[in-house]
Every structure is written in structure tokens, then in C-alpha cells.
Design a protein around this ligand. Structure first.
Ligand code: NAD
Length: 343
């Protein structure tokens, strides 16, 4: 079967990771990435061998900067089967009419609202519903993390109710525009936060309410999760259930912060020290009469990347079995490069 041709529109934190993740698969290929200006990120894309596409009026600028563009963004879309929109939240909405005009399948990220595609994706929750679709949104990093753990527990025990508090990183490591920072910001002051409804865009049957604050860090979010389930279980049962999901990692071994998770990822040489999995603190897992409690950590730059690959595979009809797609994506990305941290 011919490889699916993928355009990556927007080459920032998420776009550059999706481009590399698509490149690592054997059933899809990157046609090109888009950059608006010939800055250092464009220089990196050029160095990594990606064809760069840009707005027609900036072609000359790329030429002068020694990284000639392969064409305009519209030309990139015309050569592709599917575009992954990785532009900042709100810009993707403006791009929609362009994608519709070209007649290309499209995936947006969590910065856009559910209505942009009418379908929100999480591989562990609704892979099969994405098969053959033209439009989808891969939910945000926080929602992806919540959907993964809720879905896994829901399948095993039946989830009745979820209450979660989120401490969100204030900015990504390279995002100097949002720093320096020295505050804890209510995100937003009005309760509940948007994350609960966002989880329901993937798992409509889950009763979930969330509250969020932003904290002065660039490395990872932490969720305090409280869940009511239908079946009795012990903390050991829950650990076994969570361990059965390939994109959930139980952690411990003295790790009590996000900084130490990032250090492990650097030490074992994960690419860009990316942690694609939800990290759940084994010690925090507590069960009291069908009520579950735990802490989970989310590496915001990485967690949605395998989800985008699976969404492409489903929408392009490359694999009808979600579990097989997840396994293929995990293998190509290198999720097995991890160490047991639960002793
Ligand atoms: P980013 O700012 O790091 O990157 C966006 C890129 O798009 C930049 O390179 C920018 O120059 C480029 N761009 C802007 N306008 C463009 C246009 N009209 N055409 C082409 N390129 C354009 O943003 P990001 O963090 O990668 O976020 C992208 C999307 O992913 C957002 O919807 C965001 O909410 C979502 N998301 C972000 C994170 C995260 O933690 N960073 C996690 C999950 C989902």
C-alpha cells in the first residue's frame, strides 16, 4: 500500500514532534512542513531534511536565507492526503476554509474547539470511531492524559464520577514570550475549568468536573485525580489495570517531582527527553470503598504525539484495529526505551 502523504502546517513545539513521529512510521510520510518566516526553527527543519513550504509572499526571504522553500503552503496541501494543523490555538480555525477548498483530510490540536471537526480523538478511547473520517481534533495534553487513565479504569471497573485538580505548567521551555514568571494563576477563576467538558468530547458518558491552576514551571502538568468506580478493587488491582495500558507508566523509586521524571527521560536519551506516556505515582494510588485517588504527570510537549499518528492511521484507513495501531506507533517511536521505576 502507498504511504499516506502528510503535510504538517505549523512547525513549533507540537509540529516538529509530529513531523519526526510521522517520519518514523513505515506507512506514512511527511510531504513537507510549513514555516511563515526563515527563522531558527526553519533552519532546524532544513537541517533535518524536511521540505519547507511558506506563504507565497515569503518565498524570496527563504531563498535569501539559504533555505529555499519547496513551494507555497497551498502547494504542500495539494500534494498531500492529510494535513496535521499545528498552528497556535485559534489559527487552525482560520485555516479550515483553505483545507476545505483543497479537499484534504485534516487533524487539529487541542487549542481548537471540538466544533472545528465535530469529533475529538483519543486512541485508548475512540480509535474505531475515527476510521475513514475526514476531520478530527486530537485533544489537548491534559485531556489526553485524563482520557487515557479514565478509559483504562472505565473498561475494567466502570467509572461513575471523576473529580480532578490540575496544576498546569505556565509555558513550554522554549516559550520566552510568557516568562519570566512568578505567580500561581487561577486558570480560570471560574469553576469548573474547560478540561472536564473537553474530556466529555471524547468520553461523553463520564461525569467529570475539573479545576485548574497555572504554576511557574515549564516542565509537565500534574493532576490530582479522584474517581468513583462501580466495582470493588484494591490498590494492587488498580496498579495492575493501569500497567496493562502501554501509554501509562507507574513511577516511584524516590521520584516525587516532575523535574526528576524529565531527568530520567534525559538520562535514558529519549528524543528531546519526550515522555509520551501518562506517569502515575504508584505510591499515590489509594482505594477507599470504590473511591480511587492518584497523582498523574503529563509531559505537555509529548503526550499527544502518538495520538496524532494513530489518528492519521485511522482516518487514512491504514489500520482498523486500534490496539494494532497503538502498538505500531509505540514501536516506531521507541516507547520501549523506559526503565522500571516501581520498585
Ligand atoms: P507553537 O507556538 O510552539 O507552534 C506554532 C507554530 O505555528 C509556530 O512555529 C508558528 O510560527 C506557526 N504558525 C503560526 N501561524 C501560522 C500560520 N498561519 N501558518 C503556518 N504556521 C503558523 O504552538 P504549539 O505549542 O506547538 O501548539 C500548537 C497546537 O497544539 C495548539 O493548538 C496547542 O493548543 C496544541 N497543543 C500544545 C501543547 C503544548 O504543550 N505546547 C500540548 C498539546 C496540544
Amino acid at each position: 500500500m502507498a504511504k499516506a502523504k502528510i503535510a504538517v502546517n505549523g512547525y513549533g513545539t507540537i509540529g516538529k514532534r509530529i513531523a519526526d513521529a510521522v517520519r518514523a512510521q513505515d506507512d506514512m510520510e511527511v510531504v513537507g512542513i510549513s514555516k511563515t518566516r526563515p527563522n531558527y526553527e526553519a533552519a532546524v527543519a532544513h537541517y533535518l531534511g524536511y521540505d519547507i513550504y511558506c506563504p507565497a509572499e515569503n518565498m524570496e526571504g527563504f531563498e535569501k536565507a539559504g533555505m529555499p522553500a519547496a513551494g507555497t503552503i497551498e502547494e504542500m496541501l495539494e500534494k498531500s492526503n492529510l494535513v496535521v494543523d499545528c498552528t497556535p490555538g485559534g489559527v487552525g480555525e482560520k485555516n479550515k476554509p483553505i483545507y476545505m477548498k483543497v479537499g484534504i483530510k485534516a487533524i487539529w490540536q487541542g487549542g481548537e474547539s471540538h466544533t472545528i471537526s465535530g469529533f475529538s480523538f483519543n486512541a485508548a478511547s475512540n480509535y474505531e470511531q475515527a476510521i475513514g473520517r475526514d476531520l478530527a481534533r486530537v485533544v489537548s495534553c491534559n485531556t489526553t492524559g485524563l482520557c487515557r487513565s479514565i478509559s483504562t479504569i472505565d473498561k475494567a471497573l466502570g467509572v461513575n464520577k471523576v473529580r480532578a485538580s490540575l496544576a498546569r505548567r505556565a509555558a513550554d521551555p522554549s516559550n520566552i514570550k510568557k516568562g519570566p514568571i512568578n505567580a500561581i494563576v487561577l486558570n480560570p477563576p471560574k469553576l469548573p475549568s474547560h478540561h472536564g467538558p473537553d474530556v466529555r468530547s471524547v468520553l461523553p458518558h463520564i461525569d467529570i468536573t475539573t479545576a485548574a491552576i497555572k504554576v511557574p514551571t515549564t516542565e509537565m502538568h500534574i493532576h490530582t485525580v479522584n474517581m468513583q468506580v462501580n466495582k470493588d478493587c484494591t490498590a494492587e488491582d488498580l496498579k495492575e489495570i493501569l500497567s496493562s495500558e502501554s501509554r501509562i507508566r507507574l513511577i516511584g523509586d524516590g521520584i516525587t517531582s516532575t523535574a526528576e521524571i524529565m531527568e530520567v527521560a534525559r538520562d535514558i536519551e529519549r528524543p528531546r527527553h519526550d515522555v509520551w506516556e501518562v506517569c502515575i505515582w504508584s505510591e499515590s494510588i489509594t482505594v477507599q470503598e470504590k473511591e480511587l485517588y492518584f497523582f498523574q504527570g503529563i509531559h505537555q510537549e509529548a503526550i499527544t504525539i502518538p495520538e496524532n499518528v494513530d489518528a492519521i492511521r485511522a482516518m487514512m484507513g491504514l489500520e482498523s484495529d486500534g490496539a494494532k495501531s497503538v502498538e505500531k506507533t509505540n514501536k516506531a517511536l521507541g516507547l520501549s526505551n523506559w526503565i522500571n521505576l516501581t520498585k
